[in-house]
Each structure stands twice: as C-alpha cells, then as structure tokens.
Design a protein around this ligand. Structure first.
Ligand code: SF4
Length: 242
C-alpha cells in the first residue's frame, strides 16, 4: 500500500503561537466545521487549487534541517484530524528519525474527530490543543453550523488520557460572550479537564469572512472580564487571555 499523502494549505517553519516553544506548523487543508469567526477561511474547503499535495518524506525533509532550532511540530488547519492517516504517518516518521525524534508532536483540533481517529493519533501525539467554540449547543450551532457532542466527548477523553494540553475559547461579542455561558464553561472545564490551561481569545476581525467583519473586537476590559468569568471555575492561574 502506498504511504498516505496530505493536502497542505500552508507551512510555517517557525511559530511561537501554535503550542509551546518554537514550532514547525503544517496547516492541513479542509475542515468539518463552518465557523463564522474562522481566521483561516481559505483552509476550510476540502480541496482547492491553492492547496498542494505532500508526501510524508517531503514534509519530514522540511523539518530535518530546522530540528536543532525547534521545540516541536504542530499540525493545524483546517482540521488536521480529517487527514488522520497522513498525520499518523508523518508523526511516525518524525518519531523514528534520529534528527527529529526529540521534537514534540502536537495537534491543534476542533475536537470533531471520532474515537477511531483518536485511537490512531493519540499514541503518536504528545498533546492536543482543542478549541471549544461554545458549551451551549445552540450557540455552538450558531457559531459553527454543528452541535458539540463530539467536541465534548473528545475533550473529556483527551483530558482523561492526559493529552489535553490547552483549551482555547474564542469569544465572539454578541454570540458567546455572555457571563452565564462563560461561567458555566469554566465550571465544566474545572470538572472535566481539571488542571488544563485555558486560553481566552478575544475575537479579531482580521482575515475573517465578510459575514463576520462587522462584529466588534472586544476591548481589553471586556477580554479581562471574559477571562475572570472562566477563571471563577478553573482558577485564575490556569487562564490567560489574548
Ligand atoms: S474549526 Fe477552525 S479552521 Fe475549521 S472553520 Fe472553525 S475556525 Fe476555521
């Protein structure tokens, strides 16, 4: 059987915002959510002429010369778990190559993956950073076009298996910025993902689709309030706001 190939939207050789330390990030093409506030809408279609196909060996070869300057690699998207066989093969190759074996391997995910996908990926991944768009189902549907059953199941499993390294909450004014919802989110995370750091991200209109461009950017004071409501559940030491 020929090795799986990936569909790549972009690569960033050095990033400080996609996991701990300095990371090589592969943004895979295609997503299974339709987020109003997506900052990478060009990565959403499952296929587009802008994306390029890549083999495991090609992507490994891009990392090897940089390995001495990296803490790890991250697969992001789009939704990286939609290309789970390719991600697994790339992570295996990174693990088995002496030049890249020390790099940590992280997945940035929207949490929609099935248990079968996590069964494949988790033994090869050091950690997962997971987006929780909203705890309330109706709000999740309004923000993403889908419910959040699968996301919550993933979050709880990843936390139980000690693979959940960060939960990201993108707060969009007028949609998921209510005090009650954010307090309940903090309580939920305290129960189901205790000790896991939470990043509260204030919506920014840069790069979003036309439908979201008129949504206001929260002020620093509003962002601090969001963080405080979440922190009331999980504890202030675990929450940072950006
Ligand atoms: S899950 Fe991420 S990549 Fe997919 S549509 Fe939502 S914000 Fe965009």
């Amino acid at each position: 059987m020929s090795p799986p190939r990936g569909l790549l939207a972009d690569v960033v050789p050095f990033s400080w915002v996609d996991g701990p330390g300095n990371r090589f990030v592969a943004f895979l093409q295609g997503c299974n959510l339709d987020c109003l506030a997506c900052h990478n809408p060009h990565t959403m279609p499952r296929s587009t002429p802008r994306a390029r196909e890549v083999g495991v060996a090609d992507l490994l070869a891009q990392v090897r010369p940089l390995a001495a300057f990296l803490s790890g690699v991250t697969v992001s998207g789009g939704e990286a778990t939609l290309q789970a066989p390719f991600v697994a093969a790339w992570f295996e190759a990174l693990r088995d190559d002496p030049a890249t074996a020390a790099l940590t391997r992280y997945i940035d995910s929207n949490g929609c993956a099935t248990d079968e996908v996590w069964d494949l990926l988790l033994p090869l991944a050091d950690g997962v950073m997971l987006d929780l768009k909203a705890l309330d189902v109706a709000v999740h549907v309004a923000l993403t076009g889908s419910g959040n059953d699968r996301v919550l199941t993933s979050l709880e499993r990843l936390a139980r298996e000690d693979k959940l390294v960060e939960v990201r909450l993108l707060v969009v004014p007028g949609i998921n910025d209510g005090e009650d919802g954010l307090r309940r989110t903090g309580d939920y995370l305290a129960t189901h993902a205790p000790g896991v750091p939470v990043t509260v991200i204030g919506f920014r209109p840069h790069g979003v689709r036309a439908a979201a461009r008129d949504i206001p950017e929260p002020t620093p004071e509003e962002r601090a309030r969001y963080a405080a409501w979440v922190a009331a559940g999980v504890g202030p030491d675990l929450v940072r706001v950006v």
